[in-house]
Design a protein around this ligand. Structure first.
Ligand code: SF4
Length: 367
């Protein structure tokens, strides 16, 4: 712990460095002349505050909260629900407060698919309307989609719809199923692999693609980036019909897609560059990994992030199973949340990944 009156920074000189003091008028036994209050020992770039919910717009003081953050120079993103509260007036007011980015969920290219997944009738046209409204107000718009058996065949049409609306970023979430018998909507590891190859193709059409809980997308991108022009991924990677169908549909609607892939990534992963704080102050490695590491009030966020044994293991890629033997462990790391959901071990292998590491020892694999 540092001295309470010591400051770290470029302008932290104490009076003995040459500042002249008015002698005789001060009693340093009584009081100091300068108090440097160390507000934090952490040194981090300003984070982005994402206002989310539930329905964030239901909070009566949401504009006040956003305004307060903006006054302090904190970048704010909005993740609104498509409800009657997402009006032109409210969206414009947020924009005037300086909110530049927004994300909205869309889970299908057809009314039936989106509304059966969301369970709200009439929600599809309202979502498209909301997306168009946000684009017209100048938001940098992201669409979030959960990929599953119900909508996987519509992904090419969905990509085309996003492009037509002017969506800049597509964030695709890969399901995490908990418990046996719930796999009906989940894709197989081979299908996940095919979807990742397809998403790489989409990223060459001017849409930035990111995945959530599918870090093996980075492995696929690494492979595809290294491929020469004209190399056929179907033959090279043994892909099959799902990828073939999606690619054909994408090409029918959007052409071959020759742009540079938009797959920028900060190379973060659960617990490495990412930490999640729950509503009650509990700290987790990621939003979908329910292993509490401590509480901000009791343990401190910075201390927990730096010193948690689990986070240290995650950051040093101390995994088991295939992820433990994988040459892509640091780049990818597997979904820690899915490993925990399936095996009860946050350091276990990610069962949704189809890759067999070159140096895998079959006896250590945990499938
Ligand atoms: S085996 Fe694990 S670390 Fe390797 S690519 Fe698959 S999920 Fe990633």
């Amino acid at each position: 712990m540092g001295h309470p009156f010591h400051i770290h920074g470029s302008d932290s000189r104490a009076p003995e460095a040459g500042v002249e003091l008015p002698e005789g008028r001060l009693d340093f036994d009584e009081r100091p002349i300068l108090v440097f209050w160390e507000s934090t020992r952490a040194c981090m770039p300003a984070p982005i505050l994402i206002v989310t919910g539930g329905d964030a717009m239901m909070r009566p003081d949401v504009f006040e909260l956003v305004g307060y953050a903006r006054e302090r120079g904190i970048p704010v993103g909005l993740s609104p629900s498509v409800t009657p509260l997402l009006t032109l007036e409210n969206a414009r007011r947020m924009r005037e407060l300086g909110v530049k980015a927004a994300s909205i969920s869309l889970d299908g290219a057809q009314t039936r698919t989106h509304e059966s997944i969301r369970g709200v009738s009439g929600h599809f046209p309202k979502t498209l309307e909301a997306l168009r409204m946000m684009v017209s107000l100048g938001y940098t718009l992201q669409v979030n989609t959960t990929v599953m058996r119900d909508n996987v065949e519509e992904l090419a049409d969905l990509a085309c719809l996003l492009k037509e609306i002017g969506v800049k970023i597509w964030e695709v979430f890969f399901l995490i199923q908990v418990g046996r018998g719930s796999e009906v909507r989940e894709l197989t590891p081979e299908e996940h692999e095919e979807v990742c190859h397809f998403l790489y193709d989409v990223s060459r059409h001017g849409i930035t693609v990111r995945t959530v809980e599918a870090p093996f997308f980075r492995r696929v991108c690494t492979w595809r980036l290294a491929d020469g022009p004209g190399e056929d991924p179907i033959a090279k990677y043994g892909l099959s019909r799902l990828y073939g169908r999606l690619r054909r549909r994408l090409e029918e609607k959007m052409g071959a897609g020759g742009a540079d892939p938009l797959i920028r990534s900060a190379r973060t992963r659960d617990g490495k560059g990412i930490v999640f704080v729950g509503y009650n102050g509990d700290i987790y490695p990621a939003g979908f990994l329910p292993v509490a590491l401590g509480n901000i009030r009791r343990d401190g966020l910075v201390e927990t992030y730096r010193n948690s044994e689990l986070l240290k293991q995650i950051r040093s890629s101390a995994f088991t199973g295939r992820c433990g033997n994988c040459e892509y462990a640091d780049l990818c790391g597997g979904s820690r949340a899915r490993a925990y959901a399936r095996f009860g071990d946050p350091l276990g292998e990610d069962p949704a990944c189809a890759y067999q590491p070159r140096n895998a020892n079959p006896q250590t694999a945990s499938i």
